[in-house]
Design a protein. Structure first.
Length: 171
């Protein structure tokens, strides 16, 4: 379905209530997507899909900083739990094979088991699939709308180059 002439970015990305009134099948489609999106089998999901709030905070810190000790993680966490609680979170993340560690003298230094770039790609793929029905175009439109800034000519040219490279790699 092509967007109507003069449609706003919000209407294109999120759809318009009038579209579902004119096309009840569109409403049915989104109702089914929303109803069943969470019903993947636990075994099919990656361990990163089943993280608690604190586990997610620790993973975010490790991906941002590359590697950290327990004390450094605690300094970065909002309202940090106790030292022992952070160690427990790290143990659980290690059992889920999401992090690893190395010894640095008397302390352990923790880091993500997977490269941040790979984790970033997986998260983006999940977002595009789940929230944009697999449409890269809709996801890009939403990102551009969220940026709320004017892109410079250099930014636009870099995006064009990236699109060209992606097209070549698909062939």
């Amino acid at each position: 379905m092509h967007p109507a002439k003069g449609a706003t970015a919000r209407q294109v990305v999120l759809g318009d209530a009038a579209d579902t009134a004119r096309n009840p099948a569109a409403l049915d489609f989104w109702a089914v997507v929303l109803k069943y999106q969470h019903m993947t089998k636990r075994a099919e999901r990656a361990p990163a899909d089943d993280l608690s709030r604190r586990e997610r905070q620790v993973m975010d810190i490790l991906h941002r900083q590359g590697e950290s000790t327990v004390a450094e993680i605690m300094q970065t966490m909002p309202d940090p739990p106790t030292y022992s609680a952070v160690r427990s979170i790290l143990r659980i993340l290690g059992e889920k094979k999401l992090i690893s560690h190395k010894e640095d003298g008397p302390r352990y230094v923790y880091f993500p088991a997977r490269p941040t770039e790979k984790a970033r790609e997986d998260v983006l793929e999940h977002v595009v699939t789940t929230y944009f029905a697999g449409s890269t175009e809709q996801a890009m439109t939403a990102l551009l709308r969220l940026s709320d800034t004017n892109l410079s000519e250099a930014d636009i040219e870099r995006l064009r180059d990236t699109i060209r490279r992606a097209r070549r790699s698909e062939k």
